[in-house]
Write a protein that binds this ligand. Structure first.
Ligand SMILES: [Zn+2]
Length: 85
């Protein structure tokens, strides 16, 4: 038995996470389900399944760059000129 009233409301300024279209997200009457009318994407309440924080991955990666700088320091003062070949 479906709801007799399919009154979905548009979310102003909402951007679809799938097709990145703006003002295409509609919320169900109960407000528990969001749907994209552009690509058909649908999802429940965001609070139900919180996404993991990806910021943690960036931290160790940045540190590695600093260590690499030391390895690159292999410039010989003697071979200053271009003697290749
Ligand atoms: Zn979409």
């Amino acid at each position: 038995m479906d709801t007799p009233r399919n009154r979905e409301r548009f979310i102003a300024g909402a951007v679809c996470p799938r097709c990145s279209e703006m003002d295409r997200i509609v919320v169900s009457v109960d407000g528990e389900t969001r749907r994209c009318i552009a690509c058909g994407f649908s999802e429940g309440r965001p609070e139900d399944n919180p996404l993991p924080l990806p910021t943690r991955v960036s931290r160790p990666a940045a540190r590695r760059v600093e260590t690499t700088a030391e390895v690159v320091k292999l410039l010989d003062p003697a071979s200053s000129g271009k003697t290749e070949g």
